[in-house]
Design a protein around this ligand. Structure first.
Ligand code: IMP
Ligand code: MG
Length: 178
């Protein structure tokens, strides 16, 4: 099986592996400057953010811990309010941490806004959000990242952690499907 097997459904590469790698240190720098002697917790919501988190974490040069969550969203198509259930939670009591949420993509912002509300209610020392991709034209709920590495138009993308039907997460670049 060769490379083409997976690539035949790719329309075009939107962001190359090199472009992603060149930008990652901006996220690392952002986290490094948050350090004030208190612990930092990098949080990823599985599964989309796992590759971005792994790359960002290696650009962090201050003491930090890593945490994972999973969430299930229930939204009505026509209504921006909804319900988000945490299906796997953090192990840390975040009241002792500066928390940085590391996201793959902000689309409508609905799931993320709910998760930020939940995390905020646990009184972290601070709460910031970094996203690899931002699709501002799709926003339904106000949800502004502290740092977005790339803004993209309203297209469905895969790769670098993001999937279509659980496939393509392993692509080292970000691509548009056919
Ligand atoms: P929202 O911002 O609450 O609408 O949801 C964002 C989530 O939807 C992201 O964390 C992704 O898991 C998924 N998502 C949104 N847009 C895309 C895309 O273009 N490709 C792959 N997943 C996407
Ligand atoms: Mg996500």
């Amino acid at each position: 099986m060769n490379q083409n097997h997976q690539n035949k459904n790719i329309r075009k590469i939107l962001i190359s592996e090199k472009e992603i790698q060149n930008k990652i240190s901006e996220a690392g720098n952002f986290i490094n400057q948050l350090y004030d002697g208190k612990p930092i917790l990098l949080v990823s919501i599985l599964k989309g953010g796992f590759i971005f988190l792994a790359d960002v974490a290696r650009k962090v040069h201050v003491p930090c811990e890593i945490g994972f969550m999973t969430a299930q969203s229930y939204f009505d198509k026509t209504c921006s309010s909804g319900h988000v259930e945490i299906t796997m939670d953090l192990q840390q009591d975040i009241s002792d941490y500066h928390v940085v949420l590391i996201e793959d993509i902000i689309d409508t912002g609905r799931t993320l806004a709910e998760i930020l509300k939940i995390l905020n209610s646990r009184n972290p020392l601070s709460l910031h959000m970094i996203t690899l991709l931002d699709k501002p034209s799709r926003r339904i709920v106000n949800c502004k990242p502290d740092l977005a590495l790339f803004q993209i138009p309203d297209v469905f993308v895969v790769g670098y952690g993001m999937d279509y039907g659980e496939k393509y997460r392993n692509l080292p670049y970000i691509a548009e499907l056919q």
